[in-house]
Design a protein around this ligand. Structure first.
Ligand code: UDX
Length: 423
């Protein structure tokens, strides 16, 4: 099939590459010329496991990136993957989405074939039908008989996105007609997974609900963890016992510093705003955010309890990324921790296997180190802020500290008896 993906960001690029890998002919429309050049040379502009291999195998054959909307009349399915960033009040900014709809519409004005426009961006329920559909029909001058509309949310985790694409728990397709849904189903013909078809609005809501539920599991574990800490109980033992119940399941119960990243904080906030706009008080969702925002300060308070006032203390930070296997620091819990430490006058050395360059945009003047050992040299205390698997191997490096006070914000070290933010 001929597929056009609008937006070569994280979701768009990974999806486009995987569509090409499935055997489709894929065009990525992207506004950033540097990104276009990199993609067309087979160089991934972002780090993602397995992406480079797919780009190398498909670019120049079945995958191309371009800036403008030309030669799209023969596209079967469009996927809109542009950003919907949060506005000041937490609601989603839909400017890029409506621009994409207008531009696609103009590009397919004269097209004769049946085409489907699929929104993959995370959008509030109702957006596809109230923003994309009318904008696109207007600019294309065509009717709903010749264009179908679908919403197909993504559930890709950063760092594991290719694997998630190839082995999803489910594929959700919301559509306005059976023909539209059938065409999008065909795109995924090579992927084996339960296929759930819904209304467009339900598909939009599934994405927000899934992410909010996962975020809720984390905040729930953290609330229990904070109590366990006071009671001298290891929350990991507790959640292990809890997670064996199949109605709960063992995943996403890791207590610690809370959730960061580009999705959970933004999506929970957007759902809160949506509820409020509809005169519903989202009590539970607000608590999910409140618990999450409290966790970074917990580790700083605990540190103060252990080593006293932080002024002029040397704190080694291991991990800056919002989670392991990514260079992404967006909404990373390390940011409020660093902010608080600096405010209290601490001196920081920091090490992350991948995210140093990204963190320099937030904190250009931190003392970044090339290895964990260098960061630990002479430190009064160490905070572990990201669950990088390579931290499991750190052992004798801790002997380089002045005083061996180690507190984990993510439970990842292999040493015995290490204290955690809530264990
Ligand atoms: C998430 C969703 O998992 C994915 O389905 C969606 O499409 C995009 O958002 P991602 O942001 O890549 O993916 O990260 P994820 O692996 O879900 O982790 C999010 C955050 O939660 C990280 O900061 C992680 O450290 C934290 N986390 C995760 C916990 O604190 N405890 C856990 O048990 C799991």
């Amino acid at each position: 099939m001929k597929i056009t993906v609008v937006g070569g960001g994280y979701v768009g690029l990974v999806s486009a590459a995987c569509f090409a890998d499935l055997g489709h002919n894929v065009t990525i429309i992207e506004i950033d010329n540097q990104k276009i050049d990199e993609i067309n040379k087979g160089i991934p502009p972002i780090y993602e496991d397995g992406l480079e291999e797919i780009l190398k195998a498909t670019v120049g054959k079945s995958l191309v990136s371009q800036a403008d909307y030309h030669d799209l009349e023969d596209t079967d399915v469009f996927f809109i993957c542009v950003g919907t960033p949060p506005q000041d009040d937490g609601s989603a900014n839909l400017t890029y989405l409506s621009q994409a709809a207008e531009s696609i519409g103009t590009a397919i004005r004269g097209a004769k074939k049946y085409q489907v426009i699929t929104v993959k961006s995370t959008v509030p329920p109702g957006t596809t039908e109230s923003v994309v559909l009318p904008g696109l029909l207007r600019s294309s001058g065509r009717t709903e008989e010749s264009i179908g509309f679908c919403m197909n949310p993504e559930f890709l985790r950063e760092g594991r996105a290719i694997d998630d694409f190839k082995n999803p728990d489910r594929i959700v397709i919301g559509g306005n007609t059976n023909d539209a849904i059938a065409l999008v189903k065909q795109v995924y013909a090579g992927v084996s997974a339960p296929l759930i078809t819904t209304s467009i609005k339900a598909a939009e809501m599934i994405k927000y609900t899934s992410n909010s539920f996962l975020a809720m599991k984390i905040s729930f574990s953290n609330e229990i963890g904070n109590l366990c800490k006071k009671l001298g109980i290891n929350v990991y033992e507790v959640m292990n016992g809890v997670g064996y119940d199949h109605r709960i399941n063992p995943h996403f119960l890791n207590a610690g510093l809370g959730f960061g990243g580009s999705c959970f904080p933004k999506d929970v906030m957007a759902l809160i705003r949506l509820a409020e706009k509809n005169n519903e008080e989202p009590i539970l969702l607000k608590s999910v955010i409140t618990v999450n925002e409290g966790q970074p300060e917990k580790i700083v308070s605990l540190l103060t309890e252990r080593i006293g006032a932080l002024s002029d203390k040397h704190i080694a930070i291991l991990g800056l990324a919002f989670k392991d296997n990514t260079d992404d620091v967006r909404d990373s819990r390390s940011i409020p921790v660093i902010q608080s430490l600096l405010k209290k006058g601490a001196k920081i050395t920091a090490y992350d296997p991948m995210a140093t360059e990204s963190m320099k945009r937030y904190y250009p003047n931190l003392n970044y180190k090339q290895t964990a050992g260098e960061a630990l040299e002479g430190a009064d205390a160490c905070l572990v802020l990201t669950e990088w698997p390579e931290f499991k191997a750190i052992d004798s490096e801790f002997n380089r500290m002045k005083t061996k006070v180690i507190i984990e914000g993510r439970r990842i070290l292999s040493l015995d008896g290490i204290e955690g933010v809530c264990w």
